[in-house]
Design a protein around this ligand. Structure first.
Ligand SMILES: [Zn+2]
Length: 186
């Protein structure tokens, strides 16, 4: 049951195209996006996607990442959420008679993967699995991970690294606070 569904793996990979810690972004350029989509089997062509389409991918990713941050208690940026909602609204999916979701057939090929991402996101929110997908609460990391804990309580991608970073910073802040409260030496 805790095995990560394919929809979650896709959304996680998409959200992690940006690496905050390494300051890198695989899909920062239309050419980079084309390469990523091709590598995931989401698009046949390797030619760069049009700039406007590229912007839609970035908006969707930003909104999804904000939503995943909310799953660890961060306050999402409403502008990012609204922009992503717009992308989802612009890429409506069809429900077949068997109940499965399909991309609208008249979508241009460059935009079809957006519909696939929308479908994956839709599946996660419908099943409730979306709440297991989270953005690390350590903001210098902000890596998206799949929480396999029973009570869905994890806040950090890795307790060893990010969890401890967070704790030692909280400790340092407490020590600083105490020093500030100490009377200044004459
Ligand atoms: Zn982390």
């Amino acid at each position: 049951m805790l095995e990560q569904p394919t929809a979650a793996a896709l959304v996680e990979a998409f959200a992690n195209t940006v690496d905050v810690e390494e300051e890198s972004d695989e899909i920062a350029t239309p050419a980079g996006l084309a390469a990523w989509l091709h590598s995931r089997g989401l698009r046949d062509s390797r030619t760069a996607v049009p700039a406007a389409t590229h912007a839609s991918y970035l908006s969707l990713r930003a909104g999804i990442r904000e939503q995943l941050g909310a799953h660890v208690g961060d306050t999402p940026n409403p502008d990012h959420l609204a922009a992503a909602d717009q992308v989802l609204a612009d890429h409506p999916v069809l429900v077949t008679s068997s109940g499965s979701l399909l991309a609208t057939p008249d979508l241009p090929p460059d935009r079809r993967p957006l519909a696939q991402l929308a479908i994956a996101w839709n599946q996660l929110t419908t099943t409730g699995d979306a709440s297991r997908l989270k953005r690390c609460a350590e903001h210098t990391c902000a890596w998206v991970f799949w929480d396999i804990s029973k009570n869905r309580s994890r806040r950090w991608c890795s307790m060893k690294v990010c969890g401890n970073r967070n704790k030692s910073r909280a400790y340092a802040a407490r020590v600083r606070g105490q020093e500030e409260n100490d009377p200044a030496p004459n």
